[in-house]
Design a protein around this ligand. Sequence first.
Ligand SMILES: Nc1ncnc2c1ncn2[C@@H]1O[C@H](COP(=O)(O)OP(=O)(O)OP(=O)(O)O)[C@@H](O)[C@H]1O
Ligand SMILES: [Mg+2]
Length: 278
Amino acid sequence: MTDVFADVAHEPGAKKPDPIVIADHVHRHFGGLTAVDVEHFEVQRHAITALIGPNGAGKSTFFNLLTGFDKPQTGEWQFNGHSLVGTSPAKIARAGKVRTFQLTKALNRMTVIENMRLGAAEQRGENFFNALVPGLWRSREQEITKKAESLLKRFKLYEKRDDYAGSLSGGQRKLLEMARALMSDPEMIMLDEPMAGVNPALTESLLDHIVELRDEGKTILFVEHDMHMVRRISDWVVVMAEGSIIAEGPPNTVMSNTAVQDAYLGAHHDTDLSEDAS
Ligand SMILES: Nc1ncnc2c1ncn2[C@@H]1O[C@H](COP(=O)(O)OP(=O)(O)OP(=O)(O)O)[C@@H](O)[C@H]1O
Ligand SMILES: [Mg+2]
């Protein structure tokens, strides 16, 4: 990929040449605790952006705000030039931005293919039963099943089609979460710690899938603690600490920023910051 970031400043809130997401003055506090206080944030289209930072930095909270699952006290953001303030998660998904979901207890008791069908319905804001019960929606149902099956093949989960989601390994669950999110053909996909609990055998395959999605033209924003993975696949890294963005830059240099090192050390984090860690 030609380096679209060549002229982007290595500083918090840096402007990008072609931003798909622009956020301003996003503030979220829980009682007296400021969880997110982001002045300006842009995500470059068709790139893989990593959002990193010590535990409690506000990464997941910021994710929830950007996808409409939580409401900020103040803030505004745009997706593809359209304001998303006060927009429901289903509408945000219809606009083309989705996040993956952890498989909850209820989803564990459904089969893999049922999870996929439900993924399509949730993201269109449809009634739960329309997605699961054939009948009135027969032809759409068939279309959804076809798409689900082709995604399951792509993510090597087709043999698990009729198994309960709860019986999958950690890595297979992550693949299912990703496949599920793709049911609505999103332009942008957001992943919160995609590598957590994944065994090394599946890590490579997950990384390849993420890079492949970018190469197909999707935009990816992911939160991750594993710096090895961040260095391997991200085009740009945004660092949060105590609710704010404290640094931005390419993966091979951003960790040597003093503010970043201080933030991690202050948090007694066990992340390996060395440049050549692998
Ligand atoms: N619903 C909530 N109620 C109260 N406090 C919350 C809530 N959600 C998050 N917080 C607090 O907001 C801060 C940011 O939390 P958040 O989960 O966003 O951090 P994070 O960067 O995702 O951390 P981690 O790397 O551990 O996942 C933390 O201090 C957390 O305790
Ligand atoms: Mg988190």
